[in-house]
Design a binder for this molecule. Structure first.
Ligand code: RIB
Length: 301
């Protein structure tokens, strides 16, 4: 088995709209921006991992349209192997992102070509999956593609089910760890039929362990993260930084986390590093454009 991370996921063109505050339902606001940058939760995580020195390959699809090249820019420049990325007649995945002045975002995603990453497509890359040290998955591809990716994995499965889509239960429970924020954790528990009143991160993590996950990494934004497994729950502190744009910060965390995990770091050490990478990324605009490489100085805790 290799030390390669294989990401089976989405590639989007991000249309970035800057507003003072998010509009209320039915309200029209004037904004600025309108630029296209590289995004997609899968691509973001792949780029973040590659920039931290990991060998990364991608299984995905883009369209045969003007959005494909900007969407692939950082995947190419960071050295991600794109031999399993196909070009289709669909449009490239598109994300419309509204970023308010405090750095918080709202996102609507049109899957486009990402919808082609289904059971058959993933199966056609079974060799790549079987040889991967880590297969990293999100929720922006079809559920049958997700299930098939887990099926072919001989190494470790890491899942960041964002957005939370309905997936095969036993495939989901292969995640070690499941990476989720508090909101996603609640939805995953609901999907697994677990009712929980508490929104306390420790309670959510404990419930995810009891539901059958071997390990849990919960991202808590400016409050840090936590790592939970059979040996207990550990809080991870994140550096305090001035947030300009939080788009893709969770992806920066997941990618950097896997880059360390595949090299043999413990869950806790990998999460400590990932928290610093995530904090670095919120200090400038965009998703992939804001990610550090191994030479950048990360903010200290
Ligand atoms: O997590 C941020 C990402 O979500 C954006 O890059 C956008 O493409 C959506 O997939």
């Amino acid at each position: 088995m290799s030390n390669r991370i294989v990401v089976v996921g989405s590639i989007n063109a991000d249309l970035n709209l800057h507003v003072e505050r998010h509009p209320a339902p039915g309200e029209t606001l004037l904004g600025s921006g309108g630029n296209i940058t590289a995004g997609g939760k899968g691509a973001n995580q792949a780029v973040a991992a590659a920039l931290q020195g990991a060998e990364v390959a991608f299984i995905g699809a883009v369209g045969n349209d003007p959005y494909a090249e900007p969407a692939l820019e950082f995947l190419r420049s960071s050295g991600v192997d794109l031999s399993a990325v196909s070009e289709s007649e669909e449009t490239t995945g598109l994300a419309v992102i509204t970023i308010s002045q405090d750095g918080e975002n709202n996102i609507v995603v049109i899957p486009g070509a990402n919808a082609l990453v289904d059971c058959d497509y993933v199966s056609s890359h079974s060799d790549l999956l079987a040889d991967a040290g880590i297969v990293l998955l999100q929720g922006e591809i079809p559920a049958d593609g997700f299930k098939q990716a887990v099926h072919h994995t001989m190494g470790r499965v890491v899942v960041n089910l964002a957005p939370v889509i309905d997936v095969d239960r036993s495939s989901l429970l292969e995640a070690d760890p499941i990476i989720a924020n508090e909101h996603e954790a609640g939805l995953i528990l609901k999907q697994l039929g677990v009712g929980i009143e508490s929104t306390d991160p420790h309670d959510l993590a404990q419930a995810l362990l009891e539901a059958g996950f071997a390990s849990v990494v919960m991202t808590l934004g400016a409050a840090g993260a936590l790592v939970a497994d059979s040996s207990g729950i550990t809080d991870i502190t994140t550096p305090t930084v001035q947030a300009v744009d939080t788009t893709g910060a969770g992806d920066a965390f997941a990618g950097a986390f896997c880059a360390r995990l595949v090299k043999g770091d413990s869950l806790i050490n990998a999460a400590q590093h990932a928290a610093r990478v995530g904090a670095f990324s919120v200090q400038s605009a965009g998703a992939q454009a804001s990610y550090p490489d191994a030479q950048d100085t990360l903010p200290a805790v």
